[in-house]
Design a protein around this ligand. Structure first.
Ligand code: NAP
Length: 272
């Protein structure tokens, strides 16, 4: 998909961070948008701003994507609003840092429902229409964590490995039908995610901006890449598990992410 103008996109997790930046950059290219997240005031404000600034149609749908009924109702409503969703940005997600003596099972399963199950359901909901029209794209938010295990963020990293592998398989299945699926794999990015997920303090020093990450995604989409890792250092880090023994990689990660290096209360920390 090369041209977004006058087509419709649906962006999940559009109330902040990378999702809000996707919305801004897509609106600037003339795409009409459906914005999805739980926080209504943020969605409302962004939708108003994008309509005024770029003259696009922009609707927002408040939805907790971990709730299947809400997710389905949101999809039905989106299909009433937009005749065809040509771009799906599966961006909503959160991270969770915890030690084994403070396991939070409900929060972990909620994270898997959001990062894995809702992303899968939304992809399978909107992909068939794109294939029928022989036009469309899906951008799935994976992570640098997709490439390796991450002690203390074990379930989060595993959820993002799912996103990478799921997206790459679909990329191969859809590429002859003029549809593309991209796994976007950012490293640390300056959003609420870092504090919400209880990331180590040092991660704040090696961040990219959401603007850089989203620009990189569009470049990768234009070249029909199946995945992209924004930033040369991040790309090099993504190769490490291929170059070093897996046990070495996981031991280094355990050292870097060990909770004593984490600022503040990191246990089972997450998200709204
Ligand atoms: N920042 C990083 O360093 C980084 C690195 C790699 C990958 N990522 C990935 O990038 C994506 C975006 O994260 P971000 O960095 O932009 O963080 P963020 O600013 O915290 O954004 C997360 C978004 O997800 C939405 N969300 C969370 N739970 C939801 C739910 N149950 N239902 C619907 N929406 C929900 C949030 O909106 P509401 O709270 O309003 O619902 C928010 O808009 C995530 O998938 C994350 O895993 C981030």
């Amino acid at each position: 998909m090369r041209d977004f103008k006058n087509k419709w996109g649906l962006v999940t997790g559009a109330s902040s961070g990378i999702g809000a930046e996707f919305a801004r950059q897509l609106a600037a290219q003339g795409m009409h948008l459906v914005l999805v997240a739980r926080r209504e005031p943020q969605l409302h404000e962004l939708a108003d701003q994008l309509r005024v600034e770029y003259g696009i149609q922009c609707e927002f749908l408040v939805c907790d994507l971990t709730d299947r009924d809400q997710l389905r109702a949101m999809c039905d409503r989106a299909q009433e609003v937009a005749p065809a969703i040509d771009l799906l940005v599966n961006n909503a997600g959160f991270g969770l840092t915890m030690t084994l003596d403070k396991i939070d099972v409900p929060q972990t399963t909620r994270m898997i429902r959001l990062n894995v199950a809702s992303l899968t359901e939304l992809t399978y909901r909107f992909l068939p229409g794109m294939l029928e029209r022989r036009d469309g794209a899906v951008i799935n938010l994976a992570s640098l964590a997709s490439f390796q295990p991450l002690p203390y963020m074990a379930a989060y990293a595993a959820s993002k490995s799912f996103v990478l592998h799921f997206s790459e398989s679909l990329w191969a299945e859809t590429r002859s039908r003029n549809v593309t699926v991209l796994a976007l794999c950012p490293g640390f990015t300056r959003t609420d995610f870092l504090t919400e997920a209880g990331m180590p303090v040092w991660t704040q020093k090696v961040t990219h901006t959401p603007q850089q990450v989203v620009r990189r995604a569009f470049r990768a989409l234009r070249s029909r890449r199946q995945y992209t890792v924004p930033g040369a250092m991040n790309y090099a880090a993504s190769l490490l598990p291929r170059l070093a023994e897996r046990r070495v990689v996981v031991k280094i990660a355990e050292f870097l992410f060990r909770p004593k290096r984490v600022g503040g209360n990191s246990d089972a920390k997450s998200t709204r």
